[in-house]
Design a binder for this molecule. Structure first.
Ligand SMILES: [Zn+2]
Length: 77
């Protein structure tokens, strides 16, 4: 679920928070409650970054699934 095979430190483009939750292909900022695709991070400037929520689509259902996985992984312990 959460891969740490990447030395890059991601941060939230919106609030610059580095306490983000890292998933295989995206990050989640618990402060903004937004998800960002990793493939866009580092490619686009922070101010141009669009969250998955802003990009639209079927993100919300997916997001809930991620949150469940996150809790299962006991990320916060
Ligand atoms: Zn944020």
């Amino acid at each position: 679920m959460i891969e740490n095979n990447n030395d890059r430190v991601f941060h939230c483009p919106a609030c610059k928070n580095e306490e983000i939750i890292e998933f295989t292909d995206h990050i989640h900022c618990p402060i903004c409650n937004l998800d960002y695709d990793k493939e866009f991070l580092g490619v686009m400037d922070d101010e141009n970054m669009l969250s998955r929520q802003e990009l639209g689509g079927t993100v919300n259902a997916f997001d809930d699934e991620d949150k469940k996985k996150m809790l299962k992984d006991d990320f916060w312990s």
